[in-house]
Design a protein. Sequence first.
Length: 202
Amino acid sequence: MSFTIAIDGPAAAGKGTLAQALSAHFGFAYLDTGLLYRAVGAGVLAGGEPVAVAQALDPSDLNADTLRTQAVAEAASRVAVIPDVRAALVAFQRSFARRDGGAVLDGRDIGTVICPDADVKLFVTASAEIRADRRFAELTAKGVQTDLAAILDEVRARDDRDQNRAEAPLIAAADATLIDTTSMTAAEALAQAITIVTAKRA
């Protein structure tokens, strides 16, 4: 039996952490939709044709360690503008969402475009300042020299791009439940989400 949880929200709001924790709690499959374009980009770098790579994509392709490189990120941005690639990846996401045993997907347009009929829709957000703090701490922990003010500027610029793009802008679905993690721990956000999902499954 399928059960779909759609999680949307801006960068560094905690939606990925929440999605993975929810999938583990309920035993659902998890899809980080941001890796899809990276996987296609990696396939193109390996000599594949973009549309063919997208159409042949398998969930196991998303596990490669090489998907986090800068070269793959640049390739991903190039293939993302190809309409037939986007169409193939929309089909991939919808198929994943309907799989038996339940699925959790996180991204920017899951509840509005990819899975408008999802059983549960969550919109996870936080203030730009808190999200910049989190990204700064994450990068610093990895030994990356960075500047908090610059990261805050990047967060705000990313929000502006995501919210004002012509195709599938970042907005909360009308029937999504808002989870504002500005003053929440990851555990508190998870507890709230578990309550929402459990009530829907009852």
